[in-house]
Design a protein around this ligand. Structure first.
Ligand code: LFR
Length: 488
């Protein structure tokens, strides 16, 4: 086996990155070529992705990557659920909506009035989130764009299309639409029919690892990459990529993929589509090699990011080091919230919304940024604990370890408190799990690494990980949890 370099395009809710990953038998090294903001844009009709800025950021990054040496292939992952519509000529119809747009809640209700939640869950196995693609489409249907739409492409598929001209629907991301059959791993013609959605809108599925074409001539010219550079289908849903790179070396592991969202759950072989699981709002998203990510979305570092955005607007210093320093000195459990409260979903003043939630539940509001940071991190650790315990119960599993990956794994307070709250050892890192998963899927498609176990072994051997042992006092977390339930 030789070694080779792969370019991973990884777009997230706050930043986009192009990262080069060098892979060899005992080598897995990432180099960041380019990073750019992915700030959404408010237009009169709602909140959108600036998809041209994303595309240009990706091209700029590929150009930097190309200067660093030969690139064997390119792969793209982004967040899930969002899409663009193409007309009969293949042109994009309007700017893709952002999943935090406010139009979805009413649309979700309209869909559920026609097709009940049990039926949707029985097929798609998705937790109810107001922004699931199936609900967004309902909102889109009343627009002029809709009648012209011939093809729906999920965000990474749209970017792959612009790089290569090819059209396809990558399965891990397709599984977040609500129109995908969690059992068969195929589009659900039945649900599409039931909801009056044209089957022909949805392209043929592609598995991670499948070739997705080569660069269009103008892309090759701009980036400086050879025109025969292949684009490889990766696990294009960022969470699927991140979980593929969890450095687990044995069974019984749970994961928390912690960035803007905390995605906490287990990897299973088959979906859990029971009424109990639906009521607990657990999702069954598709992973690499037909695995199932049985998890719940927890509001995640978004709470902290939005607090900081508000403080910056108000001229308050938001240097992370000092915020965490202050947070560590606030009295434990002075204030806890339920991060999953939908009031926290939309962009806007987060400290005020936290205050309102605390007042509603008869708690004192924090008297400074450190208090809010402590409230957010302790509440997230509690939510990790609640979610992982529930997942284990629903799936009939015993948990032995939590792998915390993603940007949140750099946060020592969150890692330690997650260990304390769950009573389980936490292995933290890699922070760039998503980019690693993207690179590894490409490397595998090019014969450099084997299946999931081998990929994970390579991550475990090559990446710097930190270990947090649970510190005895789970009782304090039990009491905090009881208080939260009592007040809800
Ligand atoms: C994480 C993520 C989650 C998905 C959310 C919205 O980046 O992809 O898995 O639920 O973003 O797409």
């Amino acid at each position: 086996r030789h070694d080779a370099a792969f370019a991973a395009v990884d777009l997230g809710a706050t930043s986009g990155r192009v990262i080069t990953g060098r892979v060899g038998p005992d080598e897995l090294v990432l180099t960041e070529a380019h990073r750019f903001a992915t700030t959404p844009v408010h237009l009169p009709d709602g909140l959108h992705w600036d998809v041209l800025a994303l595309y240009q950021g990706m091209l700029d990054g590929l150009r930097v990557a190309a200067r660093g040496g030969p690139v064997t292939s390119v792969g793209i992952d982004t967040w899930a659920v969002d899409y663009g519509l193409l007309d009969a000529d293949g042109s994009l119809l309007g700017l893709p909506f952002h999943y935090r747009d406010a139009r979805n809640a009413a649309a979700a209700e309209a869909v559920l009035a026609r097709c009940d939640a049990q039926e949707l869950y029985g097929v798609g196995g998705l937790q109810h989130l107001p922004f699931n693609t199936v609900f967004q489409l309902e909102a889109h249907r009343s627009t002029a764009q809709w009648s012209a739409a011939r093809t729906l492409l999920m965000m990474p598929d749209l970017l792959v299309h612009w790089l290569t001209g090819t059209v396809g629907a990558e399965v891990t991301n397709a599984s977040t639409t609500g129109l995908f059959d969690a059992r068969t791993g195929e589009w659900s013609d039945a649900l599409m029919g039931r909801l009056g959605l044209e089957r022909s809108l949805f392209p043929a599925l592609r598995e991670p690892g499948a070739p997705a074409g080569t660069l269009l001539p103008h892309v090759a010219e701009f980036t400086g990459l050879p025109a025969d550079t292949p684009v490889t289908t990766v696990a294009s849903h960022d969470t699927a990529s991140a979980v593929a790179a969890v450095p687990a070396t044995g069974p019984g592991f749970a994961y928390v993929s912690c960035g803007t969202w905390s995605l906490a759950g287990l990897e299973l072989d088959t979906p859990v589509l029971t009424e109990e699981s639906r009521a607990a709002n657990f999702t069954n998203e598709r992973g690499v090699d037909g695995t199932v990510r049985f998890l719940r979305n927890i509001m995640g570092m978004w709470l902290l990011e939005e607090c900081r955005r508000t403080w910056e607007r108000d001229g308050v210093a938001t240097d992370l080091e000092s915020l965490f320093w202050d947070a560590a000195r606030v009295r434990p459990f002075a204030a806890v919230i339920d991060p999953d409260d939908p009031v926290f979903l939309a962009p806007g003043d987060m400290p005020s919304r936290i205050d309102a939630a605390l007042v509603r539940t008869g708690q004192q509001v924090p008297d400074g940024p450190g208090g809010y940071v402590r409230c957010v991190l302790e509440s997230l650790a509690l939510a990790h604990r609640r979610t992982l315990r529930r997942a284990a119960g629903l799936a009939g599993r015993e948990l032995t370890r939590v792998h915390l990956v993603g940007g949140g794994s750099r946060n020592e307070l969150l890692c330690q408190w997650t260990a304390d709250a769950t009573g389980l050892p936490v292995t933290a890192g890699p922070a760039e799990a998503t980019a690693l998963g993207n690179v590894l899927l490409q490397a595998r498609a090019h014969g450099l690494v084997g299946g999931l176990t081998e990929m994970r072994g390579l991550v475990a051997r090559t990446q710097e990980l930190r270990h947090y042992a649970p510190r005895g006092d789970t009782a304090a977390w039990d009491r905090a949890e009881d208080r939260l339930t009592a007040r809800a």
